[in-house]
Each structure stands twice: as structure tokens, then as C-alpha cells.
Design a binder for this molecule. Structure first.
Ligand code: UT7
Length: 325
């Protein structure tokens, strides 16, 4: 039986730490409000590094932790909503920097679900084509698309990158079950960013640029608390697995209240969820790979452990995977 296993992780976040107190000097907010409503205490914000640079540093760490060289990689997928450029793709820039000359490289846009989408696409390509080993990265400099005058959103987001190396395996471990879905109608109404200008000699009506994240927080919150337990239950069902056998659930790190509510709905202990939203805020596509990389760095995952990753976000999109190590 052909499976796909995760070989190693790496992550990199900017060194610049911005606390809730720092944000009190920028918008009308308080440390107390942010902590109570989101669980976030601080986030990393780029003071000059772009998405390619963050992604590159995470990729180098993942390759090192996987004992892989540039020539071992056949496929590079980067999930991002905040690329440095429209063209070339972030993945192609990473390919050039790493010298992964025999790889094919492209980006995936699925907001906060982007890393899980990319993992699923990479895993399918590994099973179905001649690509046998992939570098999958989630990387964001969200600070460039955050409206620093909007207290409803600017307190939530952070910058960072996480990466994984996955490869074809004949062993039992690996990506056991997956799910991914989207709802484009709901997405347009509740969470948008980065509208590009259309101002050509042929445009009947000019479309102006709307660069920043605009979110109906309460609507996205409602969506998130319902979809997170659904993803977990779907993955367990597909894998014929029980929640008791899952060591950690690694959710998209958007808001501690969303995670607590998901734990309540699933009727499980909150401790089963790995949480680092307090340190990084919401880093969108980077949040799950940063968390996975931290889990490994801390030695919290052993061979044979099973974990679930579960994401939700703009699009709207949601996705998950059950992985056995
Ligand atoms: O990764 C993408 C997915 N995104 C998410 O998962 C985000 C989901 N949504 C959320 O996490 C929450 O909706 C927020 C954290 C964004 C907002 O929390 P909330 O409990 O839904 O607050 P709210 O938007 O209903 O606002 C409550 C009050 C309002 O004041 P009034 O109208 O009651 O006087 C806001 O103006 O809190 C006010 N407020 C703030 N006050 C202090 C909003 N932002 C702030 C702030 N500091 N930063």
C-alpha cells in the first residue's frame, strides 16, 4: 500500500515581538480586551522581511530536520494570502533560492486553510505522479494587508512561516484521512482582502484597490465554531478512529475562544488542543505548520502518535488531516 508520511518540520517567525500593550499605542484597545476576547498576548510582526524570506528560512529548517538536500525535493507548494509579488509565485522564488532544480513549484490560495489544502494536494500528487517528495510551506506577512487603524482586525494577525517535508512511504504511518471544502458565497460576504484596482482604457467603471482585510468577526466566529468539530468528526469517521486515540488536535490558531468552544462541542478536554495563539496571533496559512514544528521541537510527538490538524478561514474554506507518525 502506498502512503505519504511526514518526514520533518521547520518554522521561522520574525524576531520583532509586538505585545497587546504595544497595540494600545496604535489603536483604541486594551491588553485586557484582546486577552479576554482572543487569548492573544503577542504576535511577531515583520520589520522588513518579506514572505519569501520567511518561507525560505522555514524551508531551510524543515529540510535540515528531514535530512534532505535541495535535489531530494520534487515538488514545492506554498500556501499564502500575502505574497511579496503576484509573479513569480512564492514557491518559484523559494525553488530558486534553495536550488531545487528538479522540482515543480506553485502557490495555493486558500487563506488560513492553505497549508492543509497544500498538504492534501501534495500528498495526492505524490501518490499519483512521479513526484515522490514535497516541501509544503505556509507563509504570511499579513501585517502588509492589515488595516492598522481597524482595532477589530489589526490585533488578531501576525507574520510567520512553517514548512513540512512529506514523501512516499510503504509503511503504515502517514496521512491517514483528509477532508477539504469551501463556500465561496459566504466568503465574499464575511472575509475579504486585497481587491486589486481595475483602471484600464477599457474599463467601463473603475474598480479601486481595497487592500486591507475586512472581516465580519462574529459571522466568521460562528462559522469557525461549527466547522472545527465537523472537520474533526469527519476525519475520525473516515479513518475509523476514536478521539481517545488522538494525542493532539492542532487547530488553526485564530482565537482561543473558538478552540474552547470546539472542545466543548466535541466533549473533550481542552488540553488535547495544541495552542500557541497567545504567542503568534493568527498567522493564517502559517499557523498550523508553525504549531506542528513547535510540537516536534518540544519532543511532544513520538513515533506511533496520531494527531489531527484542522483549519478554517477565508474563502470560506475548511480542511483537515489525520496523521499517524
Ligand atoms: O483566520 C480567519 C478567521 N478569523 C477568525 O477566526 C476571527 C473570528 N472572529 C473573532 O475572533 C471575533 O469575532 C473577534 C475577536 C474578531 C471579535 O470579538 P467579538 O467578541 O466578536 O467582538 P465584537 O466584534 O462583537 O465587538 C464587541 C465590542 C464592540 O463594541 P460595542 O459595539 O459593543 O461598543 C467593538 O467595537 O468590542 C469592540 N471592539 C474592541 N474593543 C477593544 C472590537 N475590537 C476591539 C478591540 N479593543 N481591539
Amino acid at each position: 500500500m502506498k502512503g505519504v508520511k511526514v518526514v520533518g518540520f521547520g518554522h521561522y517567525c520574525p524576531e520583532n515581538i509586538i505585545s497587546n500593550k504595544d497595540l494600545e499605542n496604535i489603536v483604541d484597545t486594551t491588553d485586557e480586551w484582546i486577552t479576554k476576547r482572543t487569548g492573544i498576548k503577542e504576535r511577531r510582526i515583520s520589520s522588513g522581511e518579506g514572505t519569501v524570506e520567511l518561507a525560505y528560512k522555514a524551508a531551510v529548517a524543515a529540510l535540515k530536520n528531514s535530512n534532505c538536500g535541495s535535489d531530494d525535493i520534487d515538488l514545492i507548494i506554498v500556501a499564502t494570502t500575502s505574497p511579496d509579488k503576484i509573479m513569480p509565485s512564492t514557491a518559484c522564488s523559494i525553488q530558486g533560492l534553495l536550488g531545487c532544480n528538479k522540482a515543480v513549484a506553485f502557490d495555493i490560495s486558500a487563506a488560513c486553510s492553505g497549508f492543509v489544502y497544500s498538504l492534501i494536494v501534495a500528498s495526492s500528487l505524490i501518490k499519483g505522479t512521479d513526484k515522490k517528495r514535497a516541501l509544503v510551506i505556509g507563509a504570511e506577512v499579513l501585517s502588509r494587508i492589515v488595516d492598522w487603524n481597524d482595532r477589530g482586525t489589526c490585533i488578531l494577525f501576525g507574520d510567520g512561516a512553517g514548512a513540512a517535508v512529506i514523501e512516499l512511504s510503504n509503511e503504515e504511518e502517514g496521512i491517514v484521512s483528509t477532508c477539504f471544502s469551501s463556500d465561496g458565497g459566504l466568503g465574499e460576504k464575511s472575509l475579504v482582502a486585497g481587491q486589486l484596482e481595475l483602471n484600464t482604457p477599457f474599463a467601463k467603471e473603475k474598480i479601486s484597490e481595497k487592500r486591507y482585510i475586512e472581516m465580519k468577526g462574529a459571522e466568521v466566529f460562528k462559522f469557525a465554531v461549527s466547522v472545527l468539530p465537523d472537520v474533526v468528526n469527519d476525519l475520525l469517521k473516515k479513518a475509523d478512529e476514536r478521539i481517545e486515540n488522538i494525542k493532539y488536535i492542532v487547530p488553526h490558531q485564530a482565537n482561543l475562544r473558538i478552540i474552547n468552544e470546539a472542545a466543548r462541542r466535541l466533549d473533550i478536554d481542552k488540553d488535547k488542543f495544541y495552542i500557541n495563539v497567545d504567542k503568534y496571533g493568527n498567522t493564517s496559512a502559517a499557523s498550523i505548520p508553525i504549531a506542528l514544528s513547535e510540537l516536534f521541537e518540544k519532543g511532544l510527538i513520538k513515533r506511533g502518535d496520531k494527531i489531527i490538524i484542522a483549519a478554517f478561514g477565508g474563502g470560506l474554506t475548511w480542511a483537515g488531516a489525520l496523521i499517524k507518525f
